[in-house]
Unconditional design. Structure first.
Ligand code: NOJ
Length: 746
């Protein structure tokens, strides 16, 4: 009894000590900033506080918003990138409003500002966080150069359904890859030493948005808490740990609760578990859309639900500005809730140094747009993002002996489409297309026969085919327009659109070597197209410098190193198919497919395992796949121990040899399987990757450390921990090859 009391007392003292310890700030605030926040807050009227929580999309004349700004009714704006206007907005807020609080100026800077980088799915294909961080830094330098200090990026939604158009905007299907890209982008946007070029990152969409039913945007999701914790939340948590300053709620309802009114995710997980002290903004009118969801009767109701759930700022519902004051009066919302929201907003404004330096130097900002080193980084990012899917040896083409080149296909000279979705500020006049790059490099040798997407253009086939007969090599650039992916741009058919596949058939029949390059916002179902070309490069919309990057790859100045950040399907009916699935009780054993057999009379079954009779159980290309002009060989894969403690460190070593004739870079990937768990575990999970550059003939022993804590997951009891038992580990060039080595955790 006495013993129990002592224990209780000790526990109480520990918890009291924990209470008195201020939680460390996830966004980098300190006591000085917190004091300034309290001083300012104490001077604010309720109306001014609510004004800070109001974000408005501005357009047209500055004067349209001047009065609201003077009265402290707008805390943030989005969609203005004219630095002169932004300075004027800031001047009104800083000099003419009672408390002089500067604005937070937001914009969707998703994969570059003026200099457009590959779409995020392409950036993920680089498996190169350092390069992605550099790209995000460049985006921040250009955007802040025009007064934008907050980007609504990175999008961290795990996407396992290529019908969903927004797959383009994220890092694909994998948790670990997504988390590394998240950290890289946060570091890049915000910078490591905050200065005028720091742009607050906004991790979005919290949470589960990518699991939209049927791949139709905005649709409901039905994710269990365990799926959230094991798959959808980890990239967000990684980004919070990396210092992400802001977070956006998602449009979807999960299991009946729209994110913008979801206390469990916004408070229990984000604030209480992760200690996030940044700013939470709604998505565009996602508060208002809770009425359509049937989660609230009117704007007042949903505003009350959102603010009480933990939303700090309303993007474009105008629910806070219209109703919060009366809701505080009626007792539906406590003023302390408003105070906390305002603290979160002011904290970000102070961290960005907006109070000290609200204005942008217009001339200096102009000078950095499209800077030479920015274009160079965009080209390198595009080069690393491209995936070689097929090569019968025709690539790389020999630049010294190339004859006449036929260039055709809808993406050969599509300066706008090659930029991809969300390239608001990228100007097509700055885009370098493959056609431009080829003409510059091979003057007089390029014959361009344009080709559009639509069926009417089919008459062009004859011209193209006769030009193909006259050429030495055919470079055909296929794909989808930028508008076919991105927000609200979902597809039910993932084949190449229009008559592109037929074009490829016709080109092949012309008898000259055909090299295809696809530019798209998602992995299209290109199985039927592969036999009709001798090589295929796949570029997720590659941005401003996509043209030169592709030409460098085609002619071997650069060796492809991109890997698929998402599984490529044979047919859309396979959705969802991803490498990191759990195991059924009846796994596919390679049974005969419908096409391959003559059905015997009276046959009643083709097997009792998990597969499609017509398409089997395998994708076209697995996650992590990508060829090179050289070949790589993995050997001597070894672990430093056979048994590890749960808090231990696994040292993996392996020999990687470049066994071909070209210098190249291999993305070596490490996958792990937890064989038996309190709940079933994925058949493989990526736990590390490493880009290894090797000269032709070179080999190197690579050593990698993986903390055993990386094997933790949310099991049956809901706790996040490593469960002891048997594991397997693979080191390989994709998620579907290699032999496992075994180890135990005890
Ligand atoms: C809606 C999109 O879902 C979100 O990602 C974006 O940041 C906002 N609109 C603002 O444009």
């Amino acid at each position: 009894m006495k013993y129990t009391r002592t224990l209780l007392l000790a526990a109480l003292l520990v918890s009291l000590a924990a209470c008195t310890q201020p939680k460390p700030s996830t966004v980098g605030s300190d006591a000085g900033i917190e004091k300034r926040i309290e001083q300012l807050l104490s001077k604010m009227t309720l109306s001014e506080k609510i004004g800070q929580m109001n974000q408005v999309s501005v357009g047209g004349e500055v004067s349209n918003y001047a009065e609201a700004m003077r009265n402290g009714q707008i805390g943030s704006i989005l969609n203005e990138v004219d630095p002169v206007k932004i300075n004027e907005f800031q001047r009104i807020c800083v000099e003419e409003s009672r408390l002089g609080i500067p604005l937070l100026v937001g914009r969707d800077v998703i994969h570059g500002f003026h200099t457009v980088f590959p779409i995020p799915l392409g950036l993920a294909a680089t498996f190169d966080p350092a390069l992605v961080e550099q790209g995000a830094r460049i985006a921040a330098v250009e955007a802040t150069g025009q007064g934008v200090r907050w980007t609504f990026s990175p999008m961290l939604d795990i996407a396992r359904d290529p019908r969903w158009g927004r797959m383009a905007e994220g890092s694909g299907e994998d948790v670990w890859l997504d988390a590394r890209m998240a950290e890289a982008m946060v570091r890049g946007y915000q910078g490591t030493d905050p200065d005028g070029s720091s742009m607050a990152a906004c991790i979005k969409h919290f949470v589960g948005y990518g699991a939209a039913e049927g791949g139709r945007d905005y649709n409901s999701t039905f994710l269990t808490e365990r799926q959230l914790r094991n798959v959808y939340l980890p990239p967000f948590e990684a980004a919070v740990k990396a210092g992400a300053m802001t977070l956006m709620t998602s449009f979807n309802d999960n299991d009946g609760v729209p994110s913008t009114g979801n206390t469990f995710i916004l408070k229990d997980i984000l604030r209480d578990e992760w200690g996030f002290d940044g700013l939470v903004v709604t998505d565009w009118n996602s508060m208002g859309e809770m009425i359509s969801h049937g989660f609230g009767v009117d704007r007042k109701d949903v505003a009350c639900k959102a603010v009480n759930a933990g939303v700090d700022m309303d993007m474009m519902t105008f629910g806070f500005i219209s109703h919060l004051e009366e809701m505080v009066a009626s007792g539906c919302v406590k003023e302390s809730v408003i105070d906390n929201a305002v603290r979160n907003i002011l904290r970000i404004k102070m961290l960005l140094g907006l109070f000290e330096n609200p204005y942008v130097d217009v001339a200096a900002g102009q000078a950095v747009q499209y800077a030479e080193n920015h274009l160079d980084a965009a080209r390198r990012s595009a080069e690393e993002s491209v995936i070689l899917l097929k090569n019968d040896g025709i690539l790389p083409l020999d630049a010294a002996h190339v004859g006449s080149i036929l260039v055709t296909g809808p993406m050969a000279d599509a300066p706008h489409d090659q930029l991809g979705t969300w390239a608001f500020d990228g100007e097509k006049s700055h885009t370098v297309t493959p056609l431009m790059a080829l003409r510059e490099r091979f003057p007089g040798k390029v014959n361009y026969v344009p080709y559009g997407y639509s069926r009417e253009r089919r008459t062009r086939f004859d011209d193209i085919v006769s030009a193909a007969r006259r050429a030495d090599v055919v470079l055909v650039f296929l794909g989808e327009e930028a508008i076919l992916s991105g927000e609200a741009h979902c597809l039910a058919d993932l084949n190449l659109i229009g008559t592109q596949s037929e074009l490829l058939v016709a080109l092949k029949a012309a008898g000259k070597p055909v090299v295809a390059t696809v530019m798209a916002g998602r992995p299209l179902t290109i199985e039927r197209d592969l036999p009709n070309c001798r090589a295929m490069l796949y570029a997720f919309h590659p941005g401003t410098m996509g043209g030169p990057a592709l030409v460098n790859l085609l002619f071997g100045d650069v060796n492809p190193s991109g890997k698929t950040p998402v599984t490529f399907l044979r047919t859309v009916g396979q959705v969802p198919m991803y490498y990191s699935h759990t195991m059924t009780g009846r796994p596919y054993k390679g049974e005969t497919l419908l096409n391959d057999i003559a059905l015997e009379a009276g046959q009643t079954s083709l097997g009792n395992t998990s597969y499609y009779l017509d398409y089997g159980a395998r994708p076209l290309f697995p996650f992590g796949y990508g060829l090179s002009y050289t070949t790589f060989d993995y050997s001597d894969i070894a672990l430093d121990k056979t048994v590890y403690p749960a808090d231990g460190m696994i040292t993996v070593s392996f020999k990687l040899a470049n066994t071909g004739a070209f210098d190249g870079t291999e993305v070596a990937q490490i996958y792990v399987r937890d064989l038996v768990g309190s709940v079933t575990r994925p058949v493989k999970e990526l736990k590390h990757f490493e880009r290894v550059a090797l000269k032709a003939g070179e080999q190197r022993t690579v050593q990698v450390q993986i903390p055993v804590s990386e094997l933790a997951f949310c099991g049956l009891d809901g706790a996040w921990k490593v469960e002891p038992g048997d594991f397997q580990l693979w080191v390989s060039g994709d998620s579907d090859s290699g032999q496992p080595v075994s180890f135990k955790v005890q």
